[in-house]
Design a protein around this ligand. Structure first.
Ligand SMILES: NC(=O)c1ccc[n+]([C@@H]2O[C@H](COP(=O)([O-])OP(=O)(O)OC[C@H]3O[C@@H](n4cnc5c(N)ncnc54)[C@H](O)[C@@H]3O)[C@@H](O)[C@H]2O)c1
Length: 276
């Protein structure tokens, strides 16, 4: 097999949750740029419309639907609709997620990372906990389940979870529920991989480090935050959404056919330790 055909995704039917922005949009772009047919699902209608129109104007086969991953019926219907339209469902990115605000420290950067009362354990509200778990863990489960219903009968498919380096390394600027949700996602991914391996369906996770997206109100797009975070990164810069496209294409394509149950960190070396 030629190297180029190892990465061929032309004609694939693809769904991305949280596809209107950031990493989900980058996944969608990576696949659509390479000839896949892509459906972006998101709660943000304005951004969905804008990005879908932009990608279609480039000649790409991209459509979208407003879907909240907390709404099982709407999510199932959107997945069914895309699979019926494409006549196949090859790749599903279970990606939608939120950062609900600071944890027990109040900021990512600064001389001293001050403690934050609101995000501390004794004040952490049920409402916040449940919202994060419902989107970042339950939403990922619902997406994987909907994907399996279409992939199992065809005995092929790729389910790609977005976890985080927070799945295994605590980050006090994000908060407890995010840690629990991402660790839960990482282990759920392994269970899904084990269960579906016999059907030639793979499940893997992308665990990003610090990427400049709109998450958490867009703090990661602030040049001051990027410069400060860049200093602690072994590669001396934060991640940009384009940095994730190669891994997304690899995990979607024939190149990774025998790889399953793996969480791959993509973080510029952040979790290796402090270099400089
Ligand atoms: N940016 C980072 O540094 C980073 C690091 C590790 C993990 N992640 C993970 O990457 C994933 C994507 O985040 P991002 O950084 O691209 O953020 P983002 O905010 O740019 O994009 C997330 C998208 O998900 C959508 N969304 C939120 N709640 C939803 C819901 N209930 N149903 C459907 N869509 C919903 C948002 O509208 C948004 O378009 C998340 O799971 C996040 O936890 C991000």
């Amino acid at each position: 097999m030629k190297i180029a055909s190892l990465f061929k995704v032309e004609g694939y039917g693809v769904i991305v949750t949280g596809g209107a922005s950031g990493l989900g949009l980058a996944y969608g772009e990576a696949l659509a740029e390479n000839g896949a047919r892509v459906t972006l699902l998101d709660v943000d209608k304005a951004r969905l419309d804008q990005e879908t129109a932009r990608l279609c104007s480039l000649g790409q086969d991209v459509r979208s639907a407003v879907v909240d991953v907390r709404d099982t019926a709407a999510l199932d219907a959107a997945v069914d609709e895309a699979a019926a339209l494409y006549g196949r469902l090859d790749v599903v990115f279970a990606n939608a997620g939120i950062d609900s605000g600071p944890g027990f420290v109040g900021s990512w950067v600064g001389e001293q990372r001050e403690r934050n009362a609101e995000g501390s354990l004794e004040n952490y509200t049920d409402e916040r906990w449940q919202r994060v778990i419902d989107i970042n863990l339950n939403g990922i489960f619902r997406t994987a389940r909907a994907a399996a219903r279409h992939m199992k009968p065809r005995r092929s498919g790729r389910i790609i979870f977005t976890t985080s380096v927070a799945a295994y390394q605590c980050e006090p600027a994000i908060g407890s529920a995010y840690m629990a949700a991402k660790a839960g996602c990482a282990h759920l991914m392994k269970m899904v991989a084990l269960e579906l391996a016999a059907y030639q369906i793979t499940a893997n996770a992308i665990a990003p480090g610090f990427f400049a997206t709109n998450i958490g109100g867009g703090h990661a797009k602030d040049p001051g935050v990027q410069a400060a975070m860049g200093k602690v990164m072994p590669m001396h810069r934060v991640g940009m959404p384009d940095d994730i496209k190669g891994l997304a294409l690899f995990l979607s394509s024939p190149a990774s056919a025998y790889l399953t149950g793996q969480q791959i960190s993509i973080d510029g070396g952040w979790t290796l330790g402090v270099a400089d």
